[in-house]
Design a protein. Structure first.
Length: 118
């Protein structure tokens, strides 16, 4: 993850869960007049622990939307590249990774760990 590529417009992660290879993030953010875009950035290594941990940062581009609505969306992100990285590093087809989720504006983990099992 290159932090200079991560756009840090404010967004609050209200809930996070994984189903199969998909990470779901329920987010809230201000705006309403322009289309917002979100991306997920993941470090290409795991933090050593049992189970291993992955640093995950949400990127938000509000496109300078200064409208005052408070919007809620559920975002979906494909985690299969993370599963493939795990298989490559640990030589195991099955595993559990704890996801440390950072909001765009955060410097510390803002969501409790989310288990990604495969």
């Amino acid at each position: 993850m290159n932090n200079s590529n991560v756009l840090r417009d404010e967004a609050d992660v209200r809930m996070a869960w994984v189903n199969a290879d998909t990470l779901y993030l329920k987010v809230q953010y201000g705006g309403g007049c322009k289309e917002h875009t979100f991306q997920l950035y993941v470090l290409n290594y795991f933090l050593k622990s049992n189970p291993p941990q992955a640093e995950v940062r949400l990127s938000h581009n509000s496109r300078f939307d200064h409208c005052e609505a408070y919007l809620t969306d559920t975002l979906r992100f494909n985690l299969s590249p993370l599963r493939m990285l795990y298989k490559q590093i640990y030589s195991s087809p099955k595993g559990i990774v704890l996801l440390n989720i950072y909001e765009p504006q955060a410097t510390q983990v803002t969501s409790p760990h989310v288990n990604y099992s495969f």
